[in-house]
Design a protein around this ligand. Sequence first.
Ligand code: NAD
Length: 367
Amino acid sequence: MTSYSLFLLPGDGIGPEVMVEVEKVIGVFEADGSARFDLDHGLVGGSAYDAHGVPISDADMAKAQAADAVLLAAVGGPKWDGVPYEVRPENGLLRLRKDMQLYANLRPAICYPALADASSLKRELIDGLDLVIVRELTGGVYFGEPKQIIDLGNGQKRGIDTQVYDTYEIERIGRVAFELARQRDHRLVSSEKRNVMLSGVLWNEVITALGKRDYPDVALEHHLADSLGMQLVRRPKQFDVIVTDNLFGDMLSDVAAMLTGSIGMLPSASLGDVDPRTGRRKALYEPVHGSAPDIAGRGLANPIAMIGSLAMAMRYTFDRADLADRIEAAIAGVLAKGLRTADIKGDAATHISTSEMGDAIVAELTA
Ligand code: NAD
């Protein structure tokens, strides 16, 4: 059996606490013979700065590039507020994204039935929600030139950002989304504002042509981004995979994610090009949440987003939907039993610790 190489970067704050729980799940799969893993550990963020004076060392960067997938927990915290700007903890994450050229951000929004009442929407609208937003991460208005504030000399200034997309950028994010749709329900919604933006007209043309040419088996629809925003809060379960640009993706993925309750529940993936050496896309999996310094070291962190990130790695890097399904079913099972960490406690009287949640998921996996 081939081993899956995973490079683990626990980072700072609650990062190491939640990463330990992921290793327990990996231990289950190793023990029952479902998979073999080749694990390595590195430092990122403040912990790397403390050890090496940089937020990720060249040696760890090389290991990240060589691994099948990187699993990162979180970086940052007040301890490093005073460090020089160019070596602040967040730069470790930015370097990983830049050097690995991770241009596709996958943000799932899954609502476990046991948590449906925690949503701001009515239970029937949200119960069983399972969609993924694919956001373009390295182009568009956040990076386009010119980008400046100019003094007009008459007491006025002008702020300029430029939305730019080239064909190749739209095509490569489109491919990630179509391939994802193939792994799921063969349905894709593409979103832009072609009614008022020429970059949206091009986006629409390129995605349409790509679908016709290479993915005729995927049903493609186009929604204007503003109308998609409305639909996401009106009837979110109509969607399966959504692809959109950097700006709209930033907003729409936060809207979709927050429909589902706590930030401690949400995993994400960032993908790049296929590495010819391995045949797999460059990939980094991480929870949406940060290092939560306010609760670090107190056993209060919810490890589900981190464990869900492993499930995404199994599904999207290793094509092991069977193991991803097992992890997600175990999480659902634990929640259905009423077990909760503090952040998702709701009206329940008691809550369990980070490691108790990890143990409960392990028990569910081995039951
Ligand atoms: P945060 O996500 O760390 O925390 C926001 C709130 O959610 C806090 O009250 C926290 O206790 C809670 N929370 C977060 N994750 C949780 C979990 N797993 N279980 C239970 N509760 C959880 O965001 P923040 O407070 O804005 O930032 C804290 C630090 O994290 C900062 O240094 C920030 O720069 C960094 N950060 C890192 C990342 C990353 O590594 N990708 C992302 C966001 C923020």
